[in-house]
Design a protein around this ligand. Structure first.
Ligand code: FAD
Ligand code: DLZ
Ligand code: SF4
Length: 508
């Protein structure tokens, strides 16, 4: 009997376990652009266009490879509008009662598939290095789940950057070499850009019509939308960006949005690039003497360390992870995040770039928008929805641990040993944003004081009970305690004035 083989918009890999388990001569691949997936958050139009275009091209690739594919476009009049609905419709059409699927990357969809009145077999997503069982085994009995130790296991398992049993260069981690402030000049021009072809143009017209009001610019659209283009983009970055990736990983520059970052998140997460193959390509560039060890190790750690680790945490922690709010933050997400005008140059820049590209690099996400949300006490669920909507690479399994855990500390410290908060000083050191800002980064109080300076102390004081005994934060509490009490009250007063203006929608 025919079985349906479900392929989701972030499962566009030739090696997908559902495809490997199916019988090409008998089974039908089901792929659907559906309103529920396109609408569970107000996705950036570029993200929707990317997924739909990549899905259409992958469907064509499967057909060319001999598969029968039942593909539903968003504007198909017969669409059921949801993934379960589409499976039922196709089951009736092909007289099928069994579905083979690779496990989705989101509890919401896993649960929805569980409710479908068909026999649904969920297979492991073996595009990841660590299975759920492996991660659970690693986590079991540990007091704290730090990424670093997990990462070493992944290095041993894959053999990446290993010298026998030992790490290449005698160290597992070269992070201390990777914190240089922004360079004076950048010659790498950023991601490779692709002119829209016919498939992409069709999708752009559809997305413009249906999702044109969502936050984010659809045009210009120059993303890679198939595996060959993504591979060409990767090579372009290996040649030009990878050698400096490590040194300037944490830097931020007005005129260089991408700096030396790889811009591969969306391509890896959707399945167009294989994460381990990408890492082997970086390792090969290192062995060829083209990429230094600190860059190669730094990059490989992000992919086989952080990426695998956050996925492990998402599934280990379960369905309620996105509801966590240990710090009790309840402020509404201010308009600044949706492009509302602000005098804060760093925020304005990070949000404008997000609107135009559907992309910001890690430090912009963590130390600008994330830092601001945490300092200002914004409800982590709202912060989570924002990140899930606005970044092209955002899928819940990877986005939620980064936002709820790493950035907002809402999980109480499962991922981060201390909250990632900083005053304006850090942003000043790592970027060229402060020089042209209306606020003064060196001013600590008064109407011109950098809001990050005010909110930093306000945050620490608000959460003193929780953090003052944290060994990595004690020093900051000592600095606060030594401050003149008059100055302390001015700082807290000015912080409140700022937050009141923020809440009233005044320009801040
Ligand atoms: P590069 O800096 O070139 O890094 C290479 C690759 O390493 C990335 O493509 C990604 O696959 C992996 N990587 C790096 N850091 C992480 C990390 N912390 N977690 C998982 N993988 C990582 N990444 C996503 O893929 N999707 C998200 O929705 C997402 N949301 C984030 C939200 C916040 C608040 C923060 C702080 C980080 C988030 N990240 C997310 C992680 C990281 O910021 C992005 O992976 C990265 O910016 C993507 O750009 P790039 O490909 O140029 O990355
Ligand atoms: C993100 C996304 C969007 C916007 N649209 C679709 C879609 O129409 N059809 C589909 O199969 N997948 C889509 N996706 C990706 C899914 O939301 C993703 O598979 C789940 O969030 C699990 O990671
Ligand atoms: Fe951001 Fe403060 Fe610098 Fe302005 S001065 S760019 S608000 S850190």
């Amino acid at each position: 009997m025919v079985k349906l083989v479900l392929v989701l918009g972030d499962q566009l890999s030739d090696t997908l376990s559902a495809l490997s388990a199916a019988d090409q001569a008998r089974d039908v691949v089901v792929m659907s652009e559906v309103a529920t997936e396109a609408g569970y958050v107000p996705h950036h139009p570029k993200k929707i266009a990317f997924i739909f275009a990549a899905m259409r091209k992958f469907a064509a690739r499967l057909k060319a490879g001999g598969w029968r594919v039942a593909y539903t476009r968003l504007d198909d009049p017969d669409t059921a509008g949801s993934m379960p609905g589409e499976l039922l419709r196709r089951a009736a059409e092909f007289s099928a009662n069994e579905v083979i699927a690779t496990e989705p990357g989101e509890w919401r969809l896993i649960d929805a598939l569980g409710e479908v009145p068909l026999t649904v077999t969920l297979l492991e997503d073996d595009r990841f290095i660590a299975s759920h069982r492996e991660f659970e085994g690693w986590a079991e009995g540990r007091k704290s789940l730090r990424m670093e130790y997990f990462y070493r296991e992944m290095r041993r398992k894959t053999g990446l950057l290993m010298d026998g049993n030992q790490p290449e260069g005698g160290q597992w981690n070269f992070d201390h070499d990777n914190r240089k402030p922004a360079p004076d000049s950048v010659t790498f021009e950023g991601p490779m850009r692709f002119e829209p072809d016919d498939v992409v143009r069709d999708v752009l017209a559809l997305v413009e019509e249906r999702f044109g009001d969502n936050f984010g610019d659809l045009h210009p659209f120059t993303l890679a939308t198939d595996a060959e283009q993504a591979q060409a983009h990767l090579q372009h970055w290996l040649d030009g960006g990878a050698p400096s990736f490590g040194d300037f990983q944490d830097a931020m520059l007005h005129d260089h949005r991408f700096l030396f970052h790889a811009f591969v998140g969306a391509y890896i997460n959707s399945g167009l690039l294989d994460p381990v193959a990408v890492c082997w390509a970086v390792e090969a560039a290192f062995r060829a003497g083209h990429v230094p060890l600190n860059a190669a190790e730094g990059f490989i750690r992000q992919v086989i360390g952080w990426r695998e680790y956050v996925r492990g945490i998402y599934f280990l922690e379960g369905r309620d992870y996105t509801d966590r709010n240990i710090l009790g933050h309840e402020r509404k997400l201010p308009d600044v995040f949706w492009g509302g005008k602000t005098w804060m140059n760093c925020m304005s820049h990070a949000v404008a770039q997000t609107k135009e590209e559907g992309y910001a690099h890690h430090i912009q996400r963590l130390m600008v928008t994330g830092n601001f949300a945490l300092l200002a006490g914004i409800d982590p669920a709202e912060v989570h929805e924002w990140y899930l909507a606005v970044y092209i690479d955002a899928f819940e399994w990877v986005e939620a641990p980064n936002v709820i855990g790493m950035s907002q500390f809402a999980d109480g410290g499962i991922i981060a040993s201390k909250p990632y908060v900083s005053s304006g000083n850090y942003i000043h050191k790592m970027s060229d944003y402060c020089g042209t800002c209306s606020y003064k980064v060196k001013e600590k109080t008064g109407p011109d004081a950098c809001p990050f300076n005010l909110l930093y102390w306000d945050f620490l004081v608000r959460h003193r009970d929780r953090f003052s005994n944290n060994p990595r934060m004690g020093q900051m509490y000592r600095v606060w305690d030594k401050m003149d009490t008059q100055r302390q009250s001015t700082v807290l007063h000015d912080a409140q004035t700022f937050l009141t203006k923020l809440d009233s929608g005044d320009l801040v």
